[in-house]
Design a protein around this ligand. Structure first.
Ligand code: SF4
Length: 267
């Protein structure tokens, strides 16, 4: 099982469906629950671009990619047949032991999103009571040695508990090689978030304070950052930047009229 994040070289981000079983107040997707799974023939249109960009990894996102597990398995085996590595982004609610055992041999890395460890806040953020399930699935993934990045957005409502959560998590999973914790700075993306939740965003001063304090308090645990504002990017933080997000070469996703389009990402 691969454990180095640097082994993923050239990545295509593919939004494979737009169905989701959560209703997060910070959802960045405006098309949630409007569209079904991507048809595989659409991907066939893009194989040339995959070759041009030497794509070796697909990052499967959504919606919730596991919303229809059988369609998900079909898509994964399709990419596996092309020899591609697979990264999955999931909200972690639709996994169980059997499913993890099934995907274990096919998936190279899982981003599991848990944005608060407090059940009440988790409910407020996602409109669902799935926290327990997500935590059990995190445990199962690690037990079955699936490499995991525990992804946590940072915003006004949930940043005060980060220290306690990191201590708890890294004490619990001490010594596990294939485990990282990621702080995703909340982006101003998606109509829902822009219209209703402006108060959630942290300013640059607050972001810097959080990051500095974390790296001072936890110098030896594997913490990554994603979406750090460009103006805050200094030498000091370079080593913490999530190497995956640096390597997107192509994106395949729906446009605002519901057609799948391929975008080439400049490098
Ligand atoms: S889990 Fe992801 S896709 Fe689903 S509602 Fe939440 S942010 Fe949107």
């Amino acid at each position: 099982m691969m454990v180095s994040l640097n082994d993923f070289k050239n990545i295509a981000l593919i939004k494979i469906n737009y169905r989701c079983n959560q209703d997060c107040i910070f959802c960045h997707e405006d098309l949630i629950n409007l569209y079904d799974f991507i048809e595989l023939r659409i991907i066939e249109n893009y194989w040339d671009a995959f070759d041009d960009y030497k794509i070796d990894t697909v990052l499967l996102s959504g919606g919730e990619p596991l919303y229809d597990f059988n369609s998900f398995l079909k898509i994964v085996s399709y990419f596996k047949k092309r020899g591609l590595k697979i990264i999955l982004i999931t909200n972690g609610t639709l996994l169980n032991y059997n499913r993890i055992a099934q995907i274990n041999k096919m998936i190279d890395l899982v981003y599991l999103s848990i944005h608060s460890f407090n059940p009440r806040l988790d409910y407020k953020l996602t409109s669902k009571n799935f926290l327990k399930t997500k935590l059990i699935n995190l445990e199962l993934l690690l037990k079955l040695e699936v490499p995991v990045i525990l992804r946590r957005l940072v915003f006004k409502d949930n940043y005060s508990t980060i220290d306690n959560e990191i201590s708890y998590i890294f004490n619990k999973y001490k010594g596990i090689e294939h485990f990282w914790f990621e702080l995703g700075i909340l982006e101003n993306k998606g109509k829902k978030l822009r219209a209703n939740y402006k108060y959630m965003f942290l300013n640059n001063y607050e972001i810097l304070k959080i990051i500095n304090s974390l790296f001072f308090k936890f110098p030896n645990v594997k913490i990554l950052i994603d979406n750090i504002p460009k103006e805050l990017l200094s030498e000091k933080y370079q080593q913490f930047i999530d190497p995956i997000s640096e390597k997107f070469r192509l994106r395949v996703e729906l446009n605002n009229v519901g057609e799948y389009v391929l975008e080439r990402v400049k490098v």
